[in-house]
Design a protein around this ligand. Structure first.
Ligand code: SF4
Length: 275
């Protein structure tokens, strides 16, 4: 059954109609930050790394939509050239204030990520079923939505793939980074009845990080999603969103509105200055 969608007013805590991995991740990182972002709807402008990642994603999306034999570095370069105008005119990109040299460096960094695909696979051999696939399903009672970078067919079944342009995790964080693609796999299974065989992250230019999809793995991520959903609903009912201070306060766009975060940033700066 489809969830009942509440009308959401700015400033009035209301659970979202659908929970995405990024929404769940923001709440798990800091409930107060979630309130600023999803209740107050204050802007959370993407930084340079996020913008470069989106640009690389877009180029790879268009590349993988081409017939297999045409997925070459030269084709990717042409796509990047065509897409650059959109990025260059984007308000978030312009807010970075790059001069010509900065702009060249941005494009070079993005190209490094795009070209990094060939270090991981031969794109001409990938049997693409869909790119940027919108998947929606109710998982463990949670209305879930995600956009999957790529679904492909391999000899033993369906594979869920997401590109990453950030740094690949060490062994300690490897498993938790896979929660997102496992949720996508769970949503694909729920929506279509087809169980993917693998879920993986392609850290462009570095290495793939993947996992075999099993029912216990799906149950684990669905339970975690359900716990987060319950916590979001409780916080919205009571309008209590605890600040979870830590190193990420230094990158939080709302730190100057958050007394605890401001104090945390000052404490860390003082500690660093004393070193
Ligand atoms: S500054 Fe820190 S505690 Fe405050 S909202 Fe941001 S992440 Fe949360």
């Amino acid at each position: 059954m489809e969830p009942v969608v509440a009308i959401r007013e700015v400033g009035v805590p209301t659970p979202p109609p659908r929970l995405s991995p990024s929404g769940a991740g923001t709440f798990e990182q800091c409930p107060r930050r979630w309130r600023f972002r999803y209740v107050e709807r204050l802007p959370d402008p993407p930084g340079e790394a996020a913008l470069a990642g989106s640009f690389a994603h877009r180029v790879l999306e268009l590349l993988m939509q081409k017939p297999a034999a045409e997925r070459t570095p030269a084709a990717a370069k042409l796509i990047a050239r065509d897409e650059w105008a959109d990025v260059e005119n984007d308000n978030d990109y312009q807010a970075l204030g790059h001069d010509d040299e900065g702009s060249r460096h941005f494009r070079w960094k993005t190209w490094q990520a795009i070209e990094g695909l060939w270090a991981l696979e031969d794109p001409t051999t990938v049997d693409v079923r869909a790119t940027e696939q919108d998947v929606q399903a109710v998982l463990g009672g949670v209305p879930f939505r995600g956009i999957v970078d790529r679904l492909e067919d391999e000899a033993d079944g369906l594979v869920v793939t997401d590109y990453k342009s950030g740094k690949a995790p060490g062994s300690r964080y490897r498993r938790s980074r896979l929660d997102q693609v496992l949720l996508y796999a769970a949503a694909v299974k729920e929506a279509t009845g087809e169980m993917p065989v693998r879920a993986r992250l392609l850290y462009l230019g570095q290495r793939p990080v993947g996992i075999d999809v099993t029912q216990p793995e799906l149950d684990g991520v669905i339970e975690k999603l359900s716990d987060t959903w319950t916590a979001i609903n409780t916080a919205c009912d009571t309008d209590e969103f605890e600040p979870r201070t830590g190193p990420l306060c230094g990158w939080c766009p709302y730190a100057d509105r958050c007394p605890e975060g401001t104090a945390e940033v000052a404490k860390r700066q003082a500690r660093k200055a004393a070193e």
